[in-house]
Design a protein around this ligand. Structure first.
Ligand SMILES: [Mg+2]
Length: 373
């Protein structure tokens, strides 16, 4: 029986430096300290702390399985401690994603975003994790479709007999809190019909159809649906397994060769171009953006992230590459076009999406003055 290893990526915006820009060092230090201790105590086997814009990201590899109480408690306590520090420093939006007070075994539904995957380790298991800022859960629908269903993207769908049976997608209806599993290639058109509506339907999991091997997992939390009002965008995370009967790492990254539009950006109220960047550029400035995404690659090895001789995890910063400069240039071009439109649709999100913002309060003032025509 192959070894079972769990990869947990849990993220939270608990306050940032100079508006919604970046997570400052003192907050990262708290995470480092707590995860280091958890590793020493044997709760987790390895970890990597990073940030994408104002979102703190805790990557943890362990053997406790998904939705494990102790792992989620560790993340929750760490976010609480960091939030306290954020309040001391009067950081912007201190504690903003911690929407509920009582922890009851899982951080799901409390504000933090979670992507988790328990895998049976193969001879070699490359993983790519993605984390985005200033955007929302459905932003990964397009790349996930390309990676696992589009033969023009993923050569393996055509060439590799191990992928011939296609892939199954679990899609969450975030409005009705229900899910459906759709199989590709047979139901490809139905899948696109669903997940093209990115603000409502979110791909949460992907399996290889012939043996139900788990291949991808993404966070699906909609903060506005938890809080009932706008409290910042969801800033999703996802993880994808690669190679050996699954899409190659390059096939997983190629959907990001071009920028595309996602919901989020300034005040979570605008369509904006997604910009793939390396960790050093994962900071949102221009109109609080443009929305950014990072991709980190690593190998899972014996319950851990493969590490160097000092025990430092070996992490590849995949978008820190000139090959993605074209997407970055496109993102700036689209940003310029959209900002020229100011607050006129479609630069601004649809009226349904704006319901969770403060816009209805502004319109309320005019309500009484309307006369029948
Ligand atoms: Mg954020």
């Amino acid at each position: 029986m192959a070894r079972k290893t769990t990869i947990s990526l849990i993220k939270c915006d608990i306050g940032s430096l100079a508006g919604h820009h970046i997570v400052p060092k003192p907050l990262m230090n708290i995470c480092e300290k707590n995860l280091k201790r958890a590793k020493e105590n044997g709760l987790i086997n390895s970890y990597y702390v990073f940030n994408v814009g104002d979102d703190l990201q805790l990557l943890m590899v362990h053997e406790k399985g998904e939705s494990n109480h102790e792992i989620h408690q560790l993340a929750w306590d760490t976010f609480q401690e960091a939030a306290k520090k954020a309040m001391e420093l009067k950081l912007y939006g201190a504690g903003q994603d911690l929407l509920k007070n009582a922890f009851s075994g899982t951080v799901r539904g409390l504000g933090p975003g979670v992507a988790e995957m328990e895998i049976e380790e193969r001879a070699s298991d490359p993983i790519v994790i993605f984390a985005a800022d200033k955007t929302s859960a459905g932003s990964f629908n397009l790349p996930l479709f390309r990676i696992f269903a589009d033969p023009m993207n993923t050569a393996g769908l055509v060439i590799d007999p191990n992928m011939a049976g296609g892939f199954k997608f679990e899609v969450i209806d975030a409005q009705e809190s229900q899910s459906v599993v759709v199989k590709c290639p047979e139901e490809m058109y139905e899948l696109v019909a669903l997940i093209g509506t990115v603000e409502r339907y979110v791909v949460s999991r992907v399996w290889r159809a012939r043996d139900d091997l788990i291949c991808a997992s993404s966070s699906v939390s909609r903060l506005s649906l938890i809080a009932g009002k706008y409290v910042g965008k969801d800033d999703p995370v996802m993880m994808v397994r690669a190679q050996h009967g699954l899409p190659a790492v390059g096939e997983i990254l190629v959907p990001f060769m071009h920028s595309y539009l996602v919901a989020g950006w300034m005040r979570g109220s605008h369509w904006g171009p997604l910009m793939p960047v390396g960790l050093k550029d994962a900071r949102c400035t221009l109109f609080d953006g443009p929305p950014r995404v990072v991709a980190l690659g690593f190998q899972v090895a014996n319950g851990s992230i493969a590490s160097d001789d000092e025990g430092e995890p070996l992490i590849a910063d995949l978008f820190a590459d000139p090959a993605f400069s074209m997407a970055r240039q496109e993102a700036l071009k689209y940003a310029s076009m959209l900002r020229r439109m100011g607050e006129f649709e479609p630069a601004r999100l649809s009226v349904e999406a704006m319901e969770y913002t403060t816009l209805p309060q502004v319109l309320e003032k005019l309500k009484k003055r309307f006369k029948p025509v």
